[in-house]
Structure formats: C-alpha cells, structure tokens
Design a binder for this molecule. Sequence first.
Ligand SMILES: *Cc1c(COP(=O)(O)O)cnc(C)c1O
Length: 357
Amino acid sequence: MSRIYNFSAGPSMLPLEVLNRAAAEMTDYAGSGMSVMEMSHRSKVFQSIVDDAEARLRRVMGIPDNYDVLFLQGGASTQFAMVPMNLLKTTADYVVTGEFADKSYKEACKYGSIRLAATGEANNFTKIPSQDELTLNPDADYIHICQNNTIYGTTWPYLPQTPAPLVADLSSCILSEPVDVSKYALIYAGAQKNMAPAGLTVVIIRQDIISDPMPATPTMLSYKVHAKAKSMYNTPPCYQIYILKLVLEWLEDLGGLGAMQKRNQYKAGLLYDYLDRSSFFRPIADPASRSMMNVTFKAPTEELDAAFVKASSAAGFSNLKGHRLVGHMRASIYNAMPVEGVEALVKFMADFEKQNA
Ligand SMILES: *Cc1c(COP(=O)(O)O)cnc(C)c1O
C-alpha cells in the first residue's frame, strides 16, 4: 500500500484508521447484511448511526442543549443563501475576509439589505480586520463571518464583539480545536475539509433563532423544516454521516478537541517556524491572522514556485499548488494530516531551499 501526503484544501485526507474501518464494514455493516450505502434512512440500524454521530458531535464540541444539530446537503455554498433566507428580517452585517466570505456576502445581497462591516480586500486578504476596523450595526439581525479563510490561509484570532447574533462558516476549521459554541447563534460547515466526504453540511443552530423563512423559500432550505424532522425530512447524506461518526470516534480516541488542537498547533508551528527562519520561502498571511489549517507561502520567484510544486508532487507531496486567486503554494494540514507528513514536508522544503537558493 502506498499512501501519499495529500495537502489538498478539500476534499482532503481522512484518517487511515477511518478508511480501514469503513473498508472492513463496507459490505456488511454491524451484521445488517448490507452496506450503510444500501440501507433505508428510516431503518433502525441507520437511525442508530445518526443518533451516535449527533451524540458524539455534541460531546466533542460541547454543544449546549438549546442548539439543534442538522445534517444537510448542498455544501457550505447553499448556506450562503439559506442563512439570509431564514434569518434576515431587516438587515445583516457581513465581514469579507476572503473568497468564501465574499461569496456569502454577494449571495446574501440578493435577499435584502446587507451591510459590509469590513473588507480585507485592500491588503489582499492577508489579515483579519481588528475589532476597531469593524463598523457594526448593533441592531443587525445577525453578523456573518468566515472563521477560517481556506484560500488565503487566515483565521479570526478573536470573535467580533457585538450584540447581534454571530453566524460563522467553520468549513475549514471545525473540529480542529475547541470552540465555545454558546458564543455563536449558528455555525455551518461543509464536511469535506475536516469531517467526512463531500456531500454533508453540518449546521449547529440555536433554537431561538429558528423561525419561518422568507415566503418563497424552498422547503428544503428551511431550517425549521429540517429541525422539526430531525434531519430526516428527506434522504440525508447517509454514508457521509456514517463516516462522520467514525471520524468522531477517532477524534475521541485521540483525546478530543484539546488534544487535536495541541497536535494541530504543533504541525502548523513546524511549518511557520521554518517559513519564518527561511530566507528562501516566505509566509504570505499576516502573523497575527495565520491559519492553523491552511498555510500559504511563496518561493522567491514564480518560476521557483512552479519548480517547487512540480518537485514536491514528484516526491509524494500532492496538492501544494496555491489557489488560483493567490497563486504560490498552500499546504492544507487538517486533522487527518499526520505529524510525520508535515515533518517530511519541512525537510523537503529545506532540501529544496539548499539546492535552489
Ligand atoms: C470549501 C469551503 C466552502 C465551500 O464549500 P462547498 O461545500 O464546496 O460549498 C465554503 N466556505 C469555506 C470556508 C470553505 O473552506
């Protein structure tokens, strides 16, 4: 067997233990005589999988009882519309800190009066605006942020202080460290970065903000409908929910989010420490806004960027090419990337530096 180190921003690596377990249970899940892909979503055996996945997520993240957990489809991108369709009554504040934040802002503008509370465009989204730089409306129906900017490699070092309910896209940082769920009114995340395969979107929503959506809202885009049906209004993404359950088992075995945070800090530290020391490679994001999950960096010239991407790929480090909006390089080091993968990458970079400096 040959597994490479896959630094893809998403879909991304899943823990090998999870893949092996899924493979072992593929054709006959828990004596049911069928795979999880083949069973009715209304069956007892599948219900036990959903219940277990939800209970584990609640335990791992410390989700309070006054929040619902919804297992939806359509990716984080569908949430860009679903949030305003359900929560917007008069006006909302959006902070644009990158591409997905911008997409969510533009989508929300279709549905009503949206205020741009701040944008990081002037500094190419290399840093998160400070609290002082946010022009907030305390009466906004909600404020929306993208907590970790996958493409630019930045993350919010604080949460905005405002009386408005906080809505956050955690697609690329959920489960990477402990979060205080009670600080948010709504958290959403596509699964394919840190939770499960693509096709599942997790929504964690405080019950008191669930209400009737705008009149023309499709039934499938109503939080109220999904909350009432406990994510079983229609067929949920069954296999993805099952993999999420396995990922959460793996996380709990490792010691939960506290242990995961230590491991992620260590991994990101290895890369940033090297980048800060190197006179060849340079980190791109502002130090105070650095992401622990997506590390963006560059070589001295575009030609050397291209040479590095090619050489690293040949050496078994895949997907290090940066997003086309930023260029250069990006190493996505989500939970499932082992410490050895980052150690091997740093060593490879140091060798590349020696040969090309
Ligand atoms: C990947 C990503 C998205 C888009 O997710 P889809 O599931 O493809 O819609 C949105 N926001 C963030 C922060 C992401 O990383």
